[in-house]
Design a protein around this ligand. Sequence first.
Ligand code: HEC
Length: 152
Amino acid sequence: MNAKLLVAGVAAVLGVAVAQGALAQAKPEVLVKQRQAVMTLQGKYFGPMAGMAQGKVPYNAAAVQRNAGFLDNLSRMAWDGFDPSTKGEKSRALPSIYDDSGKFKQATSRLENETSKLVSLTRSADEAAVKAQIGAVGKSCGGCHDDFRQKQ
Ligand code: HEC
């Protein structure tokens, strides 16, 4: 078999496997657990950066670069866990997530965009700009929590 055909064949097989995975919807309680786990990890990697931006922790450019990269990936992972099938589960997610899904989507994009910007800035040596952008990321977390997360 020629190499191109082989690659196409493998991709087709993988494509089918991936599609089946997507169709086999996880149980609602599993989705809730997973999205909360992503949020917890976002907190883990964002927390130290927020501390640095506020001057509570000494600035460490290498740590910021690493954490920003992790956060950038995490910032894309929670959203498919906010599936309407999870409405009845115990969680702090407000029903407005599903009733005003356009606005929720905007809030998810905002985090993704601010985090991408942060990653780009960490490649420069401009500490002040990085710190300001950490603040912008924090606002996108807080903005969504204000609108879509139940107060404790
Ligand atoms: C687009 C909306 C949105 C954005 C943006 C967002 N969150 Fe959340 N977050 C939520 C919602 C909704 C919940 C409640 C989820 C639940 O209880 O199932 C939550 C829960 C949490 C929790 C509690 C997790 C738990 O175990 O119950 C933490 C910690 C958290 N978020 C941190 C962050 C951080 C840090 C950021 C920014 C880097 C962020 N979130 C950005 C919507 C968002």
